[in-house]
Design a protein around this ligand. Structure first.
Ligand code: KIV
Length: 289
């Protein structure tokens, strides 16, 4: 009889479509390392995105723009090692896919071959629609991302909600429809008024994951560090904190520091023992030198 627990059943893109059909909300969260992936899986999420938000959350850049393909691949491979059942989405970083279909394909293939992602995510409509079509045509499932697209936030006027006028909302909707038409399996819609999502949903057949886009999407995604309260600073309006890990971590490390300084740690129970006779022999050997 095997002593191994049965591995969790792997979720498929088809399962997400079935959830959409059944009106069952889809849960996505970001992760950037092995323990984060294991935690997300243990919590029972459907998808894990190694977002380029990792540029800021774990690499300390002040935007997502500087992160490189190699840096993203390192994070993504770590997440892959910690994940069994949830679908794994790799985020192609700024500058790694926009220039041409060939560039997009070369980068996406690295994410599939080296990091084992199930899908890749790219931002924007426009030329990204062509890139999405080329990737899908080459057999790589793609997640589109519309609304606030942080890689090009400067061109959008900063990190702010998109689609707040009827014309701007129509542009977001047209991008979404074009990405679906290009063969995207899934769409992320970020930071738009809930009315825009509500207007979009009847027009789309693919599952839509919202972030700051209201309650009408088929699912929601939040950034791991935001929802767990690992950051100290202000968060976007749509972030809800479900834990306060930063405070818990600071308290834990401060208690450790206090005990090291007071001599309370380590106690005898944290050390290794040597038989009295061996300790005595060691003393004799040292005395005999
Ligand atoms: O990079 C990221 O984490 C994302 C999500 C916010 C959708 O793109």
């Amino acid at each position: 009889m095997s002593t191994h627990a049965a591995p969790n059943k792997r979720i498929t893109v088809g399962d997400l479509a079935a959830k959409k059909q059944a009106g069952e909300p889809i849960v996505m969260v970001t992760a950037y390392d092995y323990p984060g992936a294991q935690i997300a899986e243990a919590a029972g999420v459907d998808l894990v995105l190694v977002g380029d938000s990792g540029a800021m959350t774990v690499l300390g850049y002040d935007s997502t723009v500087p992160v490189t393909t190699d840096e993203m691949l390192m994070l993504t491979k770590a997440v892959r090692r910690g994940l069994t059942a949830p679908l794994l989405v790799g985020d192609l970083p700024f500058g790694s896919y926009e220039g041409s279909d060939a560039l997009a394909l070369a980068t996406a293939q690295r994410f599939v071959k080296e990091a084992g992602v199930d899908l890749v995510k790219i931002e924007r409509g426009g030329t990204s629609v062509d890139r999405a079509r080329a990737l899908v045509g080459s057999g790589i499932p793609v997640v589109g991302h519309v609304g606030l697209t942080p890689q090009t936030a400067t061109a959008l006027g900063g990190y702010r909600a998109q689609g707040r006028t009827a014309e701007a909302a129509l542009a977001v909707i047209d991008d979404a429809l074009a990405l679906q038409d290009a063969g995207c399996s899934l769409l992320v819609i970020e930071a738009v008024p809930s009315q825009v999502t509500a207007a979009l949903m009847p027009l789309l057949e693919i599952p839509v994951i919202g972030i700051g886009a209201g309650a009408d999407a088929d699912g929601q995604v939040l950034v791991f560090h935001d929802l767990l309260g690992i950051y100290g600073g202000p968060a976007a309006k749509f972030v809800k904190r479900y834990a306060s890990l930063r405070e818990a971590a600071i308290d834990g490390i401060a208690a450790y520091a206090d005990e090291v300084r007071s001599g309370a740690y380590p106690g005898p129970e944290h050390g290794y023992a040597m038989a009295d006779a061996e300790a005595e022999r060691l003393r004799e050997m040292l005395a005999g030198r």
